[in-house]
Design a protein around this ligand. Structure first.
Ligand code: GLY
Length: 428
């Protein structure tokens, strides 16, 4: 099968690695990709406008793609899937209408209310609202303020703070940028990322994972796109994945079908499992980054077949997914200044840079044979092991062999779980 992957980050590198390993893949292309992906796929840097359906269609037709896998949310929300499907190409990713589950937090809340799915209480502020509206809205929340950009921010437009002045500053920043703001009640309990393949009403969960959103150890510092992840979750109650599927993913998939906007692709449920039970923090309409990098390293089933079945209405016929026993961990090496203003152009040296079993590239480029940083999250070190402790040790060993001026990473990815410090609170 000839496949085009859209995107250029660590998630796409992981997808390419998985697709390449499936014998049914005959040709692999990526747009715009990264020079570091060249050992797995033909890279098309000239097709860089991933939000432009016409440009993506041109490339898909040029290479006669039989399957297009869309990595990031931007092309999905821009309607790339709709245009490619209208031209008879199978696409892994939801339509523009269905991608609103990520693109508009207000839309997601509406779907959840109709589907009876628990989520945070929320109020929206729109550009042009009054000073009094803003202050009254802030009065209704706290002491933990959760302030979200209701435009599309790839998980980066969220500020969680106990500081009302910081919360107000983010409200102002988003409104001035012309986007609506959502204020939400804080959800307690450990966070779970559950990714599901969804094809209409058919829902197939992958392993549960946990991301680490804050920039520094002990969950300190600003929110980021994600600094590291581990899978599966040793602390999740027995039957926990099925409960999430039954209480969240299946009702939402059914509601989308009912609305005439059936969901196809990857539904990412970001959840908090607190005293009151499972609640949705957010949905994303794509594979999460960096959880995907860890998750796919444990998948034994052929990835191409799974994504193609999802894209063509055949997910219900797919054999059950098979996974390696044990754990996988990924740790992000970030550039100096990330997330506020990451520095680019730092040289990266060391072992494993050309081995996708150990390192997946997220924000790098290659100039005169030298690997250089080219983004905030630069690369993902991968480790696997029979225990979480072994998987963590393997990932950190990879990072020990890498040097990058100003680069930093968290030292505690998966540590709380390894030490048994995470548990689901007892139900009231
Ligand atoms: N894991 C965070 C994200 O993909 O948005």
């Amino acid at each position: 099968m000839r496949i085009l992957v859209i995107g250029s980050g660590g998630r796409e590198h992981a997808l390419l690695k998985g697709l390449k390993a499936d014998p049914s893949t005959t040709e692999l292309h990526v747009a715009p990709g990264s020079p570091a992906f060249a050992s797995l796929a033909q890279v098309h840097p000239e097709y860089s406008r991933v939000e432009d359906p016409a440009q993506m269609l041109e490339l898909a037709q040029k290479i006669d793609a039989e399957l297009v896998v869309v990595g990031p949310e931007v092309p999905l929300v821009a309607g790339v899937t709709d245009v490619l499907r209208a031209h008879g190409i199978a696409v892994f990713g939801p339509t523009k209408a269905a991608a609103q589950l990520e693109g508009s937090k207000a839309f997601a809340k509406d779907v959840m209310a109709a589907a009876g799915v628990r989520t945070a209480r929320a109020e929206q502020l729109v550009p042009g609202c009054s000073e009094a509206d803003i202050e009254e809205c802030l009065d209704n929340f706290g002491p933990h303020y959760v302030v979200k950009d209701d435009g599309l921010a790839g998980g980066k437009g969220v500020v969680v703070t106990r500081d009302r002045i910081a919360a107000r500053a983010h409200v102002d920043e988003v409104l001035i940028a012309g986007n609506p703001v959502l204020l939400e009640s804080f959800l307690d309990g450990p966070e779970v990322s559950l990714f599901c393949l969804v094809d209409g009403e058919t829902v197939v969960p992958l392993l549960p994972a946990q991301d680490h959103k804050r920039a520094y150890d002990n969950d300190e510092g600003p929110n980021t796109g994600g600094m590291g992840a581990y899978t599966p979750l040793p602390w999740l109650p027995e039957g926990g994945v099925q409960r999430i599927v039954d209480e969240v993913c299946t009702p939402v998939a059914a509601e989308m079908v009912k609305r005439g906007q059936p969901y196809t692709g990857l539904l990412y449920a970001g959840l908090a499992w607190g005293k009151e039970g499972i609640a949705v923090v957010e949905f994303n309409c794509r594979f999460g980054d960096p959880e995907t990098q860890a998750l796919l390293s444990l998948l034994k089933s052929p990835l191409t077949q799974a994504l193609y079945a999802t894209s063509t209405g055949a997910l219900a016929q797919l054999p059950p997914l098979r996974w390696e026993q044990g754990y996988a961990v990924t740790v992000v090496l970030a550039a100096a200044g990330y997330p506020q203003s990451p520095r680019k152009g730092d040289a990266i040296t060391g072992e494993g840079l050309d081995d996708p079993e150990r390192i997946l590239h997220a924000g790098t480029t290659i100039a005169d044979g030298q690997v250089l940083s080219a983004g905030g999250r630069v690369l993902n070190a991968l480790g696997k092991g029979a225990t979480l402790e072994e998987a963590r040790a393997a990932a950190y060993k990879v990072l020990d062999g890498i040097t990058m001026e100003g680069g930093f990473y968290r030292h505690d990815i998966g540590l709380a779980a390894q030490e048994g410090r995470i548990s689901v609170p007892e139900a009231r």
